[in-house]
Design a binder for this molecule. Structure first.
Ligand code: G3I
Length: 673
């Protein structure tokens, strides 16, 4: 039994915050609620004249870039297509080996009944919260810069973002209580709102009823290390105008501290809406503030409930239940303290079990409605959906509504190759099995992007980056190429809101020619696939789309094998620039390219509603259908429950997989053309 802490030892560490305001990261991307331009206003100087090589790095192409015959460099004539020099052998990072091959997973650990799910052999545990690792160097660099997100149409020249007064990173010893007061301020003088994104275990964020809040956190040995705590300030004028401020708390070892023995629990578990008869699984991850590992037991479980240790980490238990009748199933989970078995925790998991008929939708399936006019319709598919409690319903919708799927995150570099020489293919392998089983096309997404890169990739030497990029492209296309018809070869090469090139690590190493090289590599590996350049915030007139057209012209002048442009279309229910979208599509088609809508979702903007959202879905479908070379239309998910913009209800099934106005509006628009 750990004796109760001697209160005299309590040292309360109190800080008043000093805030440093900063511009938002250029890499925020549409995760941070994409911004629409201030309509009609050019926020950036016009990019250089089209057709001229404005990117100095293009003049200094690396050897692998030089055209085979020196090229026809006569002004105006396209240069010969690029032929890449062979990749070095052996490769500069270890290739996948038999040790990386996924292996069958016990069926009790997933919701799939239609194919054999595989898992990675290495100890990569899905769902274990892998909070972003912060180092002592990060701590020493001081308070992280705030990330400011600007909603569509807001004039920031007359409204500076909110901020917190007096914040700074905090260092304590295990056993101390951290106390930090958050004082939100707004340059225009009003009082901002605020909310905490994720509290440290056991912490509270109390309202002081004077516009401020205080974080109180009793630390333990289990908290030794660096914890990031983020609070978001909300502009008093526009609630979508926000400043997200992270603060680092370093908890040092303290061998002399004595701590109370806290009852164990399981990591937070949500409830699920499930279909009667579908297997449902939930990961049970025992947690104890004292850093020990509790045991887990089910109290009076349903007859179909099983508890199976994870195959790589036996401390994790998978609950599987196959609800056989409609109603609410609540399962009591008892956790028992490792040191004092009499000290227990009790948690509940709830399944709302509904008849299969509740998940039947009238009218044509969306892929069938679209097929009538030759349009390929689909969606992104969530990673490890088959490890979620409602994986059965999720699969039933995706397998019937979509003719093409994009892995939302399963093919990204940090998902596939998190450590040099270590490959985690299982999730993508499972999604490929799923697509093949249901005769779905697949969009490989993305091959080259500036985000979701493992830290080891971001740390590569500039001179090695071309080879690293080409090796990743080669490994992914060699493994999945057979089943993939479309590749997002380059994702988001332009700055968030202007037409200039994004200063990514790829651009830093190769200039604009990283695009040429990536497309040449993809073409070499799969000459028959459709190769796509994918971008967001190009569905309306403005400097970003102008810059895209100039980029296309430069690439085509260099004979880059580009086949289509992906319009992501992460928009708001206030979007109404359908004419501009149509004109932008036409400008792309004039260059001999196809157009795809690749990531459509429609967030409910301030004051917006479901019928406005439905009108936008229908408007985008109609605009695509009106363009003969708009031949693929995909949404970015389909249930609000699993959207990266979930708080803005951007999709067309709700969290219980029931249709919203947008579903019917899309179904009608797809079928009408
Ligand atoms: O897989 C890990 C999991 O093991 C871990 O426990 C968990 C918590 O740390 O993180 C999980 O990874 C998350 C991943 O989604 C899979 O769920 C990443 O943290 C998270 O950053 C990632 O977010 C995705 C984001 O791209 C970045 O890759 C979003 O879900 C996804 O919707 C978004 O999609 C992008 C498109 O690829 C490109 N266009 C813009 C679009 C929106 O940003």
């Amino acid at each position: 039994m750990i004796p109760r802490m001697n209160l005299i030892n309590r040292s309360v560490v109190t800080f008043f915050a000093l805030f440093i305001l900063s511009a938002c990261s250029s890499d925020s991307g549409p995760d941070e609620l994409p911004s629409n331009p201030v309509s009609g206003a050019q926020e950036n100087p016009e990019p250089n004249n089209p057709g001229t090589t404005t990117d100095p790095s293009v003049d200094s192409m690396p050897d692998s870039m030089m055209p085979v015959d020196g090229g026809d460099n006569a002004p105006g004539g396209p240069v010969a297509a690029l032929v890449l020099s062979p990749l070095p052998s052996p490769s500069i990072t270890e290739d996948p080996s038999a040790n990386d091959e996924p292996i069958p997973q016990a069926s009790e650990l997933n919701t799939i009944t239609s194919f054999q799910v595989v898992r990675d052999p290495a100890p990569r545990i899905p769902f274990k919260t892998q909070a972003a690792e912060f180092s002592e160097e990060d701590f020493a660099r001081g308070l992280p810069e705030a990330v400011v997100t600007v909603p569509p149409g807001l004039d920031t020249t007359s409204n500076a973002p909110p901020f917190f007064e007096g914040l700074e990173n905090v260092r304590v010893s295990a056993g101390d209580i951290v106390e930090i007061r958050y004082i939100p301020r707004d340059p225009e003088g009003e009082l901002p709102g605020m909310f905490a994104q994720e509290l440290p275990e056991g912490a509270t964020f109390d309202d002081n009823f004077d516009g401020t809040r205080t974080l109180l956190w009793q630390t333990f040995q289990a908290d030794v290390g660096i914890t990031a705590f983020t609070v978001v300030a909300i502009d008093p004028v526009d609630s979508l105008y926000r400043s997200s401020q992270t603060l680092l708390i370093a908890v040092d070892e303290n061998p002399t501290s004595v701590e109370p023995n806290i009852a164990p629990t399981i990591e937070p578990v949500t409830s699920y809406t499930v279909r009667v008869g579908d297997p449902a699984v939930v990961l049970l991850d025992g947690f104890d503030r004292n850093g020990t590992t509790p045991t887990i037991e089910l109290l009076n479980p349903p007859a179909t409930a099983t508890l199976t240790p994870d195959e790589r980490d036996p401390d994790l238990q998978w609950l599987q239940v196959i609800p056989d009748e409609v109603g609410t199933v609540t399962i009591d989970v008892l956790t028992r303290d490792e040191i004092d078995p009499e000290l227990t925790g009790l948690d509940q998991i709830t399944f709302f079990v509904r008849p299969a008929s509740d998940f039947e939708r009238s009218g044509a399936r969306l892929k069938d409605a679209a097929a009538g006019s030759g349009l390929l319709f689909g969606s992104a598919v969530s990673p490890v959906f088959y490890l979620q409690g409602d994986g059965g319903v999720y699969e039933s919708v995706a397998s019937t509504e979509f003719g093409i799927m994009t892995p939302e995150s399963s093919m990204k570099w940090d998902a596939i190759n998190p450590v040099p020489g270590e490959f985690t293919f299982a999730d993508m392998d499972n999604l490929m099995q799923f697509a093949a089983l249901h005769s779905m096309s697949v969009r490989g997404h993305p091959l080259v992007w500036h985000r979701s890169l493992p830290s080891w990739v971001e740390a590569t030497a500039v001179n090695d980056r071309e080879v690293h990029m080409r090796e990743f492209i080669t490994r992914v296309m060699n493994r999945y190429g057979e089943g993939i018809d479309y590749w997002d070869v380059i994702n988001e090469p332009l700055n968030d809101s202007d037409g200039n090139m994004r200063q990514s690590i790829w651009y830093e190493a190769m200039g604009e020619s990283y695009i040429d090289i990536a497309f040449a590599q993809a073409k070499e590996l799969d000459p028959t696939a459709t190769l796509v350049l994918n971008e967001f915030d190009i569905g309306f007139a403005g400097p970003k789309f102008d810059g895209l057209l100039q980029l296309i012209d430069r690439l085509q002048a260099r004979s880059v094998p580009l086949d289509a442009i992906g319009f992501q279309m992460h928009v708001f229910s206030s979007y109404d620039q359908f004419d501009e979208l149509g004109a932008n599509m036409a400008a792309v088609v004039e260059r001999g390219l196809d157009v795809h809508i690749t990531e459509l979702d429609v967030a409910i903007a301030d004051g917006g509603n479901a019928s406005q959202q439905a009108a936008v879905y229908a408007g985008v479908v109609n605009t695509c259908q009106a363009q003969p070379r708009c031949n693929v239309l995909q949404t970015w998910g389909f249930t609000d429950r699993y959207s990266f913009r979930t708080f803005l209800d951007p999709l067309y099934l709700n969290r219980s997989y029931q249709v919203k106005d947008s579903y019917g509006a899309m179904q009608e628009a797809l079928g009408n053309n």
